[in-house]
Ligand binder design. Structure first.
Ligand code: NAD
Length: 343
């Protein structure tokens, strides 16, 4: 029914959004959730096969930058809050062509904010109903060998993707300061886990290894990323959405810094440990032999790491997954998917 108020999730057919929807509907089986997703190349309804038939889950196929559609949605349903994941999310694509990043990440965020503002102003809920913006540590720029990004670190985005996310965050904050909208922002480090699109680093390493092809690693492989297991991120988002203070930003980290080369090596070692799965005509001592360095990404940020003391100390969240067990589970998940594809 349209009268029970609903949480609106955008981009829920993508990697983090779909994991979040599973988390949320499992934890709050009586709540209603609407997923607005354009189903770009990055989104797939297969990511939601386990929830698609639930009565309290509804999928709406559409674009967050489509003003009419978004306004209609807010007038048809009683939207209790928004968790906004939808974005163009791949840095390499933004370097190729940034246009969709501006339309979706900037204009789409504005369209949602404006529709939410209009709807919530009407029933005097603007200061109560929450707009939660999902962001990335990439908005802070790049770090040297030491130090971490804090919530107060000035934004210094260095590629079109992170520039579009920083712009969106600033619009979100402006709606909080200017109109008194109840906004909150979370900025996380790199996520990994099930249902991530094949284009991203960890799925690429696994896919290339399993097909016996060179595993491409940018530059000298010494760029550092902090890895956060997606389910740990989803728990953090649940906490921040419900308990985070208005107009605050919360960083979410994994506490797992690794160079890309070390990460690729560890994934190859996990694959080596599993039963032989590559076609027999490829003779390899280890999947590590497939690792190949390629020309560096333009403007490649050297290192990201976030300080998430604020989230841990004020809201009591902690990551629970170690990188080695998270990577093992992740590799096993992709291997199972891959086996389904080849059989
Ligand atoms: P993803 O690319 O896997 O999924 C994005 C989803 O958004 C897809 O389902 C896509 O169809 C949908 N979408 C794209 N444009 C849309 C539009 N105009 N209207 C409606 N839906 C649209 O992304 P992800 O990795 O799950 O990231 C989700 C969010 O988290 C993004 O905002 C991203 O910036 C942020 N984030 C991601 C990471 C990470 O490591 N993946 C880290 C920090 C922050």
């Amino acid at each position: 029914n349209n009268h029970q108020s609903s949480l609106l999730v955008t981009g829920g057919a993508g990697f983090i959004g779909s994991n979040f929807i599973h988390h949320y509907l499992h934890k709050y089986p009586d709540s209603k959730l609407i997923n607005l997703d354009k189903l770009t190349y990055a989104g797939s309804k297969n990511n939601l096969s386990e929830v698609q038939n639930l009565n309290n889950y509804q999928f709406i196929h559409g674009d967050i930058a489509d003003e009419k559609l978004v306004n209609d949605l807010f007038s048809t349903y009683d939207i209790a809050g928004v968790i906004h994941f939808a974005a163009e999310s791949h840095v390499d694509n933004s370097i190729e062509d940034a246009k969709a990043f501006i339309t979706t990440n900037v204009q789409g965020t504005y369209t949602l904010l404006q529709a939410a503002k209009q709807a919530w102003e009407k029933n005097n809920q603007l200061a109560k109903r929450r707009f939660h913006q999902i962001s990335t540590d990439e908005v802070y720029g790049s770090l040297g060998e030491t130090g971490k990004f804090h919530e107060e670190t000035p934004y210094n985005p260095r590629n079109p993707y992170s520039a579009s996310k920083a712009s969106a965050n600033m619009l979100v904050k402006s709606f909080g300061y200017t109109y008194g909208m109840n906004v909150v922002i979370s900025s996380s480090s790199n996520n990994y886990g099930p249902r991530q699109h094949a284009e991203k680093l960890i799925p690429t390493i696994i896919r290339k290894a399993l097909s016996g092809q060179p595993i491409p690693i940018y530059g000298d492989g010494r760029n550092v990323r902090d890895w956060l297991y997606v389910e740990d991120h989803c728990r953090a988002l649940d906490t921040i959405y419900h308990d985070g203070k208005t107009l605050e930003t919360y960083n979410v980290g994994g506490g797992n810094e690794k160079t890309n080369i070390k990460l690729a090596t560890e994934i190859c070692e996990i694959l080596d440990d599993l039963e032989p799965i590559i076609p027999t005509h490829i003779s390899l001592k280890s999947y590590k032999d497939l690792i190949t360095f390629t020309a560096d990404r333009l403007g490649h940020d050297q290192r990201y790491a976030v300080d998430d003391t604020k989230l841990q100390e004020t809201l009591g969240w902690k990551p629970t997954m170690t990188l080695s067990s998270g990577l093992r589970q992740t590799v096993e998940w992709y291997v199972a998917q891959w086996k389904q594809v080849i059989h």
